[in-house]
Design a protein around this ligand. Structure first.
Ligand code: EPU
Length: 435
């Protein structure tokens, strides 16, 4: 397991190009299973999760080819397998996204039941109830969700019990090939849901209302248009680099980004003292050499403060001037970075089950820390920028899942950071630690 060594003290400054969005490309890749036509995707980020989804599609019989840097070609014409195995699902929960497409195209799917994970229980009840309402029979057998339907799924009115991003995406994909109209009430309005809807519409689907809480899908018999599609920029990667500049009193320009997707985060950073200007596809942030002021927030669904930015903003508050209250309101267990941040001297007090009070410190000191999930890892990298000395972050495979070339991008912004490739001895020690 590789580690990342980050030397604190740099002032982040420069330009960085934002990659395609992880949480947009994964459902879009899964959606290629709905068509027998070739698909080309542009702006595909270099990520472990993309490699996992690619492996899963190949396992199902699809052909995935690298056409160029950031360009993947897909052909699922010969896909005949319908089983998503546990070894892939356990590495990436987003594998559940093949359930809707497989069921809609082949009439059956077997997807390993995802377990809980480092950020919460993460049930998939809403996905399954919706598939049943669309006419599927669902059972659980030997750890697999087995979904079946005779003929086509049947469109219906759905009222989701919870706003769920991948749930909305799964249902939208299944409903594309259903008979008649499906209405998803209480749908997730995230930009990644809109991106998937736009992609499906270019394949020949009829989806309206994506980006609102009501999505209407008129099912079609076939998605038959060959398609080339560009994935939206990653708003969480963008937010992470903005915080890197803010926490170090630096300045940054992000290119290939959509500022409209980051309005809540930009407003919060302005409150923290950042001067921000934006164009259609760029954002510039400068702290004018000043330390950020602490800013309270509560995470929410889009367009609120994303839960995927909570750990990074907590890192900023831990090093900012003043106190702040932060509430995680989307997941029930997404605070595993708190004890790790405390190892660097952060004053973070748990005042309620999901509420942390920070009291910003002007001096933090480096220490070895352990990454527990993707965004927690990003938070640890950011707080390490403010710690005196070298912080070594272990288990950075979490970061590789969702940040494209993080270490080289940070180096280009003036940060002294190195990936430490593991040797056998370390690996054995880590395995013992897990056991
Ligand atoms: N939930 C249920 N039942 C369900 C589905 C969800 O109770 O059937 C609950 C969850 O337990 C959670 C809440 O609803 O408390 C919201 O979860 P959601 O389903 O929206 O999350 P997700 O679709 O599994 C996606 C992103 C996450 C991001 C969340 C919230 C992808 C591949 N993943 O997950 O991204 O945190 O939406 O915005 O799109 C990340 O990138 O690090 C990441 C975890």
């Amino acid at each position: 397991m590789d580690k990342l060594q980050v030397v604190g003290g740099a002032i982040v400054s420069g330009e960085v190009t934002i990659s395609g969005a992880k949480n947009a490309v994964l459902p879009i890749m899964a959606a290629t299973l709905l068509t027998d036509q070739p698909v080309i995707l542009d702006n595909v980020p270099l990520l472990e999760d993309v490699n996992t989804m690619r492996a899963l599609l190949q396992k199902l019989g699809a052909t995935v080819t690298k056409e160029d840097n950031g360009v993947l070609g897909f052909s699922t014409e010969a896909a005949t397998q319908t089983e998503a195995p546990y070894d892939l699902v356990k590495n990436m929960r987003a594998s559940i996204l093949v359930l809707g497409p497989l069921l809609a195209r082949f009439g059956h799917a077997e997807v390993a039941f995802p377990g809980g994970c480092a950020i919460g229980m993460r049930p998939v009840d809403v996905h399954l109830e919706a598939m049943e309402a669309l006419g599927a029979t669902i059972s659980v057998n030997k750890g697999f969700i087995c979904a079946k339907v005779n003929g086509r799924l049947k469109g219906c009115d759905l009222n989701l019990g919870k706003v769920t991003v991948t749930g909305t995406e799964n249902i939208m994909m299944a409903a594309c090939l259903a008979e008649g109209r499906t209405v998803i009430n209480n749908a997730a309005p995230e930009p990644e849901v809109i991106d998937l809807a736009n992609f499906l519409n270019t394949l020949g689907a009829s989806i309206q209302g994506a980006g609102t809480h009501t999505i209407v899908i008129d099912g079609v018999e076939r998605l038959g248009k060959p398609t080339r599609y560009q994935v939206i920029p990653d708003r969480i990667e963008a937010g992470t680099y903005l915080v890197a500049a803010a926490i170090t009193a630096g300045s940054i320009r992000l290119n290939a980004v959509n500022p409209k997707h980051l309005e809540a985060v930009l407003a919060l950073l302005k409150k923290a003292g950042a001067e921000i200007s934006c164009g259609d596809d760029w954002i510039r942030l400068s702290m004018n050499g000043k330390r950020p002021k602490a800013v309270g927030f509560k995470t929410d669904i889009y367009p609120g403060i994303p839960t995927d930015m909570q750990a990074q903003l907590m890192a900023m508050n831990a090093a900012a001037e003043g106190d702040a209250l932060m509430e995680e309101a989307v997941f029930e267990n997404r605070l595993m970075h708190v004890p790790e941040m405390r190892r660097l001297g952060a004053h973070l007090k748990q005042v309620d089950s999901n509420v942390i009070q920070s009291s910003g410190r002007s001096s933090l000191t480096a220490a070895p820390v352990k990454a527990t999930d993707l965004r927690a890892s990003a938070g640890l990298v950011l707080i390490a920028l403010m710690a005196e000395g070298s912080t070594v972050i272990s288990r950075i495979y979490h970061l590789d899942r969702g940040y494209s070339e993080l270490d080289s991008k940070l180096r280009s912004l003036g940060v002294d950071c190195q990936r430490i490739t593991d040797n056998l001895e370390d690996r054995e020690a880590s395995e013992e630690e897990i056991g």
